[in-house]
Design a protein around this ligand. Sequence first.
Ligand code: NAP
Length: 450
Amino acid sequence: MRTRTAPLRVAIVGSGPSGLYAAVDLLKRDASARVEMFDRLPTLGGLVRSGVSPDHAARRQVCATYERIALSSGRFRFHGNVEIGHHLTHVELLAHHHAVIYASGAASGRRLDIPGEALPGSHAATEFVGWYNGHPDFSQRCFDLSCERAVVIGNGNVAIDVARMLLLPAETLQMTDIADHALAALRQCAVREVIILGRRGVAQTAFTSPELLELERLHDVDIVVDYGTAYQPIEAGDSLRVRLIDEYARRGVLGRGKRLVLRFLASPVEILGSDRVEGVRIVRNSLVRSPDGTPRAQASTQFETIPAGLVLRSVGYRALPVSGLPFDESAGVLPNRFGRVINPATLQPLSGVYVAGWLKRGPSGVIGTNKQCSQETVKQLLEDASAGLLPVPSPAIVDALDTLLIARQPNLVDYGGWRRIDRQERSIGAVQGRPRVKLSSHEALLLAAR
Ligand code: NAP
């Protein structure tokens, strides 16, 4: 370590909201800093591109805005189609920069660990989301939508998103940037009833109010509320969410063609079927207080079977470990203090290594939550830079980065390549009256980038 004289060079791994927020904040606070952003995919945007629902296209705008701000600094570069841990190791990446910020999010879905989870017809909701959003890793997946009833397990916003996608009419979907393969499959979708299953009560849901309010837009869908148990003393609560759900409950069944059932206080214990999903066995729960006061679900001895042909497990995202760095398995994050990655044995910071977003704090919050989170990380990084605590790469090594990248990944996609993808998608979309038509295979993306 020595005092830094050359401009600060920071690598950011992951081009989703937390990576972009960190890039812009860093470029703004340090007028000479340079950012090299890496993404495993040829595209920029992370979960904003592949996680936000197609009918929420306006929310994707945030990435385009931040991307333009970063670019206008003249000190930002993008290296797409580069996987850290495969094309470059963490050690190599750090050798070429003063610091690395990992902002690669939470890429996989959590498991339920119940029998039958692996049956055909039972999928992680995260895969379904990736599929309808044209994520190249999921576009070849098949979802059999020929059944009349689907069960979605979990009471978070992703559960609402996937239920809405199953129930929205094709005329609405075809105006969005939904992947073409998903639009074709959803046009043929036979699902008439979606049951969203919550293990706890209505007051404990992780839904947010705008998402609940939006269910109003499902004009041909009855919303049915099944509270589970008649009297729940610790169920009480007067949040907007609880009131909205109560309003749906009081409205009752209006005889519309489809149904969305919000069912509470029930846990799946087994996914049933011989060679594919035929139903879900559930147990009814009551709420009891944990020693720390949190209401938790307690299983009864009352079981029930819900016949269904599709199960989407929507019980949260989970981050994957980063090769060469410590990982906190129980929290699913890089162990860190305010964004400084630490050695869990000594609790000392790892020099030059930082984390932001879901990989730092777990998969929680809406897009904007990442702004403050990334700013906190950048603050630690700049304090360490001022204190002379960052490793200093030799100028010769810095200059060698591009040569190394091309040698390791001949199909590197730079910012110009991403813009060519973006333009092509938008221009095909414009012809069809849609925001964009996504290219959803690696081959098509690379072809457009070239
Ligand atoms: P989430 O909000 O963490 O919700 C996960 C749900 O799964 C909770 O209801 C949880 O119940 C339940 N669950 C966990 N383990 C379970 C089990 N073994 N059995 C039954 N249920 C179980 O996760 P998410 O829906 O994936 O969303 C992730 C983040 O993205 C959230 O912050 C969300 O708000 C955000 N997001 C936002 C939007 C939007 O703004 N429109 C859209 C999508 C996602 P317990 O509470 O009982 O643990």
